[in-house]
Design a binder for this molecule. Structure first.
Ligand code: GRF
Length: 228
């Protein structure tokens, strides 16, 4: 990363793009310390693409159905990403399982957001599973993408209390609004600032090994904090 330039960020999406929008908004506020240079969707015509276009960001659609194998798709996807030389690749609701070869290409630069308190509930239907288990807490996690599905080192989590009246929909909405949209820009900024790193399969924030994920809201003092 060149410290005099904002980090170059590629965002991969498959759908609505609310997390993408949070990254766009943070970048526009100069809060992300990164420039979104490309948004790629594996599904044509999704709302996330329209959000990127409205913000003047380059987009590409690479429809996985046009490729005979997962490997063929991942090769084309990886080449499109590599072509814009990103410092960070953010999966934001990107609903494809990636091959080990693809992941190795971008390992250490690639983050994902997952709507559960990992290691709980890898995979799909996370809100339903949290309700069925009568969990008191639920939330979302940002993790480095490694070859294990939803299994790379978790770097940042935010949680909310599950209410007795919660349904899958109300829980999903609160996790999105109160957690997901807050934590992704924060984690991307850590990466952009060179503070967050993956070394030997372990996440480091500044000089600290993240044995457990950082918790949102963060209590760290930043340079922007007013001096007393
Ligand atoms: C989010 O809940 C994300 O955590 C999950 O898929 C959803 C994507 O939503 N992986 P959006 O596209 O960001 O609106």
């Amino acid at each position: 990363m060149n410290p005099s330039q904002p980090a170059r960020l590629v965002v991969l999406i498959s759908g609505t793009g609310r997390n993408l929008q949070a990254l766009i908004d943070a970048a526009e506020r100069d809060d992300l310390h990164a420039r979104i240079v490309l948004v790629i969707s594996n599904r044509p015509g999704v709302q996330g693409l329209a959000r990127a276009e409205a913000a003047g960001i380059a987009t590409q659609t690479i429809d996985h159905r046009d490729y005979p194998t997962r490997e063929a798709f991942d090769q084309v996807l990886g080449d499109a990403i590599a072509a814009v030389e990103p410092d960070i690749v953010a999966l934001a609701g990107f609903m494809r399982i990636l091959t080990a070869e693809f992941i190795r290409r971008f390992e250490g630069r690639m983050l994902n957001i997952h709507p559960s308190l990992l290691p709980k509930y890898r995979g799909l239907q996370t809100h339903r599973r949290a309700l069925e288990a009568a969990d008191h807490w639920h939330g979302a996690s940002i993790h480095f993408v490694t070859e294990e599905l939803d299994g790379g080192p978790v770097v940042l989590q935010g949680r909310i209390a599950v209410e007795p009246t919660d349904t899958e929909e109300t829980l999903a909405r609160r996790v999105m609004e109160n957690v997901e949209l807050q934590i992704y820009p924060a984690a991307v900024r850590w990466m952009a600032d060179g503070r967050l790193r993956l070394r030997d399969h372990v996440a480091w924030l500044d000089d600290t090994q993240l044995q457990t994920p950082a918790l949102w809201p963060l209590e760290e003092s930043t340079e922007d904090s007013p001096t007393p």
